[in-house]
Design a protein around this ligand. Structure first.
Ligand code: BJW
Ligand code: ZN
Length: 247
């Protein structure tokens, strides 16, 4: 069984601000497939075919089919032990911030309060023409839904080649700069500018802790790597912290 380093627990005991930078892997134990890796969604679907604006214009039905399929899975999923541990940690630290690349709402449903969503939210939709949001249930009975202005309605997520929502990215960046301990959980850390936040946190002096089932692009740049499932490792770290917090 992976041992949790005592020096990490010491760092947590001295920490005021902790940040969880999360990716698809944190939700895989809730039954939501990741994008990359052997169980990844994109073994079947290529990102360049689906997660970009040109693909949507070329074939909006196909792109919507993919998002509606995923939306159904997300609705049926429940937050797992990793999401719940992060939410519980809010009661033990001055400031806990979640900076997520996920669009699945599971951090919010677990009870996390301060969340920055870098890649949007699968529950939201907006018109490609006037940008108005259409967040109520959409009607697909006459094909891809349209706005009153005639524009197609698209999922409210960030595709390749698109800018991240400025307020969300800026919030994530400030949190990374302020973090005492910066956890990187369940992300391959290959998609930018999100992955760059790890280096922002490191340059600002944070202790970086990676939790992943396998090595990633950033493994050689972190202070601690724990290889295992987020839903097992995070509760163990928190248990160790609570045990030693009183001693
Ligand atoms: C577990 C686990 C368990 C599993 N426990 N762990 C060349 C070089 C550098 C950059 C670029 C480049 N060419 C283009 C770019 C920019 C591009 C980019 O970064 N591309 C790289 C892939 C090369 N980025 C962009 O385009 C971004 N925008 C941008 O740069 O704007 C500026 C600009 C504007 C105009 C023109 C040009 C530039 C936007 C990126 C948007 C990403 N969108 C997606 C889709 C969101 C909507 C949706 O959900 O459909 O976001 S792509 C997809 O990847 C999704 C994710 O949020 C993101 C990251 O993936 P994540 O979360 O890391 O998941 P995985 O699957 O990769 O990894 C899961 C991990 O979990 C694995 O490591 C597992 O081992 C682990 N794991 N089970 C712990 N139980
Ligand atoms: Zn419109």
């Amino acid at each position: 069984m992976t041992q949790i380093d005592k020096s990490l627990i010491d760092a947590l005991r001295n920490a005021e601000s902790i940040v969880f930078f999360t990716g698809a892997g944190i939700s895989s134990e809730s039954g939501i497939a990741t994008f990359r890796g052997k169980e990844g969604l994109w073994n079947k679907f290529k990102p360049e075919e689906l997660a970009n604006f040109d693909a949507f214009i070329r074939n909006p039905e196909l792109v919507w089919e993919w998002y509606n399929y995923r939306r159904k899975i997300v609705h049926e999923a429940q937050p797992n032990a990793a999401h719940l541990t992060i939410a519980e940690m809010q009661n033990h630290f001055k400031e806990v911030t979640v900076v997520t690349q996920n669009v699945d709402n599971l951090h919010r449903r677990a009870g996390s309060k301060k969340i920055f969503e870098l890649h949007g939210n699968i529950e939201k939709n907006f018109c490609i023409n006037c940008k108005k949001f259409h967040n109520k249930e959409l009607d697909f009975s006459n094909g891809v839904p349209e706005c009153d202005c005639g524009g197609l309605i698209r999922p409210g997520v960030v595709w390749f080649g698109e800018y991240l929502p400025e307020d969300q990215f800026r919030g994530g960046e400030l949190a990374a700069m302020k973090a005492d301990v910066f956890f990187v959980v369940g992300t391959s850390a290959v998609v930018y500018p999100a992955a760059g936040l790890v280096y922002t946190a490191r340059a600002s002096g944070a202790t970086i802790v990676e939790i992943n089932i396998e090595e990633t692009e950033i493994s050689s740049s972190v202070n601690y790597s724990y290889f295992g499932k987020a839903g097992e490792i995070l509760p163990r770290i928190f248990e160790e912290y609570k045990l030693r917090a009183d001693s």
